[in-house]
Design a protein around this ligand. Structure first.
Ligand SMILES: Cc1cc2nc3c(=O)[nH]c(=O)nc-3n(C[C@H](O)[C@H](O)[C@H](O)COP(=O)(O)OP(=O)(O)OC[C@H]3O[C@@H](n4cnc5c(N)ncnc54)[C@H](O)[C@@H]3O)c2cc1C
Length: 387
């Protein structure tokens, strides 16, 4: 099952599809192996937030560049993914929370980042007049927005296929191994091989990294979302809160999607997430505190998707430190949709150039060894890879 593939990609979420696209764009034959179907998990069911606001510092250069791609996505892949540049606001509900916002923006400005802006109460209420009067201000990022997750992931997949990438759905990789100059990915329907391997397996990726002797302190969570019935337009921006979990947006069709890293139940072995309705009630309370006129609005649907979290809340985007020609991109901690377009490009650079055009040290797979998470019993699979 070789087909002269040069790069095998394990996992057909947004990151696998974007990696396949960017590799294909550079003339490389990539094959994606997907256990279920493309976009089945986090990449197809997330809240669609295209948010640079509130990112950890090491992610900001990636998020800013990714956002520029979002604004021109149709030029790149022939579909804009339903991207709406709605702006994103992080709301403060007290003076203390507004002070936190000021401190955050001051910290960013000291690092040379000017994309987040503090706004006062009047500006906030001018932007979103339906907000409850107790709000005190917040942080505004005008060029952020939201998009449609399944459409975006599918668009990357189709664009990759047009350039020659292959996708095999219903093809779970049970074991990876390197022999000679080739990687082998074993599946129930046969073994695939190629000189390069990329692991973009989301919440399941850490298992594959462990097979290579690179343990990562990762755990899955079932993140929940709910969508309301239609209601007359009242909110333009995508909203978050400073003091409590919230992600909130109203679509053009009037429905409101509510989330914000709400933890439900992740069933990794069963490959699905489940809703914890008691926890959703708390989130609904946040929404009605901010928008009292929604008190009687019905919830149409709720769901949960399985997402990979890493203890230090940063992804792994890195060449392997133990095996040749192995690249990882996973563990996006509830914020990887926005990063999908740029991270695929960075994966292609890591695979083909051995290094990336943006600083990725904070995302190295061996960073946990220095933090005391090392599993020293594993020997390298081959000679140390070049980075
Ligand atoms: C409810 C929810 C809301 C979210 N909201 C946002 C948001 O608003 N903004 C944002 O930026 N991010 C958000 N995220 C996070 C974002 O969805 C993820 O970070 C991103 O989609 C991760 O993409 P991925 O390709 O790494 O993983 P996934 O989409 O999980 O894809 C990994 C794929 O690998 C496959 N796979 C796993 N193991 C194997 C194997 N052994 N063999 C073959 N295939 C395998 C899986 O079946 C899966 O399809 C949210 C996530 C959830 C769940």
């Amino acid at each position: 099952m070789n087909d002269a593939t040069e790069v095998l990609i394990v996992g057909g979420g947004l990151h696998g599809s974007s990696s396949a696209f960017h590799l294909a764009r550079r003339g490389v034959r990539a094959t994606v192996l997907e256990a279920d179907y493309v976009g089945r998990h986090a990449s197809g069911v997330n809240a669609g937030g295209v948010r640079t606001l509130g990112r950890p510092l090491p992610e900001i250069p990636l998020a800013l560049l990714s956002r520029e791609i979002w604004h021109n996505l149709a030029d790149l892949i022939g579909d804009n993914g339903g991207f709406v540049p709605s702006g994103q606001i992080k709301i403060a509900e007290s003076e203390a929370e507004l002070d936190q916002c000021r401190a955050r923006v001051a910290l960013l400005e000291a690092q040379g980042f000017t994309h987040e802006r503090v706004i006062d109460r009047d500006t906030l209420r001018a932007l979103e007049p339906a907000l409850a009067p107790h709000v005190t201000g917040g942080i505004f990022v005008e060029r952020d927005g939201y998009a449609l997750p399944y459409r975006t992931t599918t668009a990357f997949r189709l664009a990759a296929q047009r350039l020659g990438a292959r996708f095999h759905e219903g093809t779970p990789v049970t074991r990876i191994e390197r022999r000679g100059q080739q990687w082998f990915a074993h599946t129930p329907t046969g073994t695939f091989s190629a000189p390069h391997l990329v692991v973009t397996a989301g919440a399941w990726a850490a298992d594959l990294a462990r097979q290579v002797g690179e343990p990562v302190p990762a755990h899955p969570e079932g993140l929940m979302l709910m969508v309301t019935h239609r209601v007359a337009p009242f909110c333009r921006a995508t909203l978050g809160a400073t003091g409590r979990p919230l992600s909130f947006k109203q679509f053009d069709n009037g429905t409101v999607v509510i989330g914000g890293k709400l933890i439900g139940i992740a069933d990794l072995a069963g490959r699905h997430g489940e809703v914890d309705f008691a926890r959703l009630v708390r989130s609904a309370q946040t929404v009605t505190d901010l928008f009292p006129h929604l008190r009687d609005l019905g919830i149409n649907r709720a769901w949960a998707g399985v997402e990979a979290f890493i203890d230090d809340e940063l992804p792994v985007l890195s060449r392997s430190r133990r095996a040749d020609n192995l690249t990882y991109s996973f563990g996006y901690c509830g914020s990887g949709f926005q990063l999908g377009p740029i991270c695929g490009r960075l994966v292609a650079e890591l695979v083909l150039d051995g290094h990336a055009s943006l600083p990725l040290d904070a995302f190295a797979i061996d960073r946990f060894e220095h933090a005391g998470h090392s599993d020293a019993t594993h020997a390298p699979v081959t000679a140390t890879a070049s980075h």
